[in-house]
Design a protein around this ligand. Structure first.
Ligand SMILES: [Zn+2]
Length: 82
C-alpha cells in the first residue's frame, strides 16, 4: 500500500470532497490513516501546523507602525529644517 503524500493529507484536512472521486479519495485516505501509524503521525503533526496557520490573524501592522508613519511625516516636514 502506498503511503499518503503530504498533499493528500492537507487536502484531507481541508475536506475537499465535493465530487464523488474526491469523496472516494477521502474514504481511502481515512482508511489508510486508520491502518497506518506512520501516516497518522504525519497527519497529526500536519494538523497541528495547519491549526496554527489557520489561527494566525491577518498580519497586523508592526508594533512600531506609529514610528514608521512618524518617520515618513518627519521626512516631509524635514523641508523646514532650520
Ligand atoms: Zn502510510
Amino acid at each position: 500500500m502506498n503511503h499518503l503524500s503530504e498533499e493528500q493529507l492537507i487536502l484531507h484536512y481541508y475536506g475537499e470532497s465535493d465530487d464523488a472521486a474526491a469523496a472516494g479519495d477521502a474514504l481511502a485516505t481515512e482508511r489508510h490513516l486508520e491502518e497506518c501509524g506512520e501516516c497518522r503521525a504525519l497527519y497529526v503533526s500536519l494538523q497541528r501546523v495547519l491549526n496554527v496557520v489557520d489561527a494566525l490573524p491577518v498580519p497586523e501592522r508592526s508594533a512600531d507602525y506609529g514610528a514608521e508613519v512618524w518617520q515618513r511625516i518627519e521626512h516631509r516636514l524635514g523641508a523646514r529644517r532650520s
